[in-house]
Unconditional design. Structure first.
Ligand SMILES: Cc1cc2nc3c(=O)[nH]c(=O)nc-3n(C[C@H](O)[C@H](O)[C@H](O)COP(=O)(O)O)c2cc1C
Length: 199
């Protein structure tokens, strides 16, 4: 896959088999991962839980958003490259190629799960999308929204039988430069996701 290429994701499962309460009760931070890639179905489900369109008529998404302005952008950092999730079309677009997990680990106090997990979900926000309407509240609203998105991801990961940890301890400027995020996008949360390493 070359930069700019897109790949469709499998349609999301909207029923699942794990009750919400079970996912909440079982969710735990996991920091040791096996070296195994996620399937397209797992990737699709995770992206959908974060930013998928759940009301096609109105274009509303899985996580709430102040004024439905949707300032959150979702990236997936894997061995192959960095992909950007496009909610309209439920697909990934290759943003960068190559494995950026090792340098991303370097930007995150050398926390090794960022390199070891199959994928690292990077949640970015664009405050200007919200400040036009909500002024000084924009930053706060964006951070709330990132939290909503992150929790959906963590619970979806649990329901899929996968493992994850929320990572806030990283240099966001360095991570943004590394991922070559468009101007105005700030990466605020990282969620390494993968298969729990036995033992
Ligand atoms: C805002 C935030 C930032 C966090 N940053 C990190 C981090 O950088 N590294 C890490 O290993 N865990 C991080 N965590 C995970 C917490 O350590 C973890 O949630 C806590 O120990 C409770 O354990 P539990 O998630 O298993 O319930 C973070 C959690 C939150 C909410």
């Amino acid at each position: 896959m070359r930069v700019g290429d897109t790949r469709p994701l499998p349609p999301p499962d909207r029923k699942g088999r794990v009750p919400l309460e079970t996912a909440i009760a079982r969710r735990r931070s996991v920091r040791e991962f096996a070296d195994r890639p996620l399937s397209p179905e797992q990737i699709g489900q995770i992206c959908w839980s974060a930013q998928g369109i759940t009301d096609a008529k109105e274009g509303l998404r899985a996580a709430p958003s102040a004024g439905a302005l949707y300032p959150v952008e979702l990236y997936l950092v894997t061995k192959e490259g960095v992909d950007h999730y496009e909610p309209a079309g439920h697909r990934l677009r290759r943003h960068r190629s190559g494995d950026l997990r090792p340098p991303l680990r370097g930007a995150a106090l050398d926390q090794e799960m960022i390199e070891e997990a199959s994928a690292c979900v990077a949640i970015a926000m664009v405050a200007s999308r919200v400040s036009r309407r909500y002024g000084d509240r924009a930053e706060t609203y964006c951070l709330f929204e990132v939290g909503h998105v992150a929790q959906n991801v963590l619970l979806q990961v649990e329901a899929l039988g996968l493992a994850a940890v929320a990572v806030g301890a990283f240099d966001d400027r360095r991570a943004g430069r590394l991922l070559k995020l468009p101007r105005g996008q700030r990466v605020v949360y990282l969620i390494p996701v993968g298969f729990r390493r036995a033992g």
